[in-house]
Design a binder for this molecule. Structure first.
Ligand code: ZN
Length: 106
């Protein structure tokens, strides 16, 4: 049963939407669909991130949720090797901050 954890949802500002649109048009491949700029800029677009914390050391990070969701799909909750101490013996695991607070905080 998947556990509940928080996703940080933030509405993009007009400047950020303009940036994304500019980037999309620049990196666009011929087969990518064209984007209607008026429609795009008027749409509400959210940026979704997740706050992850290591179970063993002080490392924490805010990561793009879409990517985390993809690589941890099917898990009870996201679990990733800690980039700071995950390579060591009995190294830590990055977990959502709320899971850390309820299960791992000493
Ligand atoms: Zn760590």
């Amino acid at each position: 049963m998947p556990r509940k954890f928080n996703i940080i949802r933030r509405k993009l500002t007009m400047e950020e939407k303009q940036e994304r649109l500019k980037f999309y048009n620049m990196a666009k491949m011929p087969w990518d669909p064209p984007v209607d700029p008026i429609e795009f800029l008027n749409r509400e677009i959210y940026d979704e991130t997740i706050h992850l914390k290591c179970t063993k050391c002080t490392y924490d990070e805010i990561a793009d949720y879409e990517m985390i969701e993809e690589i941890t799909f099917g898990m009870e909750y996201p679990m990733l090797d800690c980039p700071e101490c995950g390579h060591k013996k009995n190294g830590g695991t990055l977990v959502p901050i709320d899971i850390y607070e309820s299960d791992f905080k000493k």
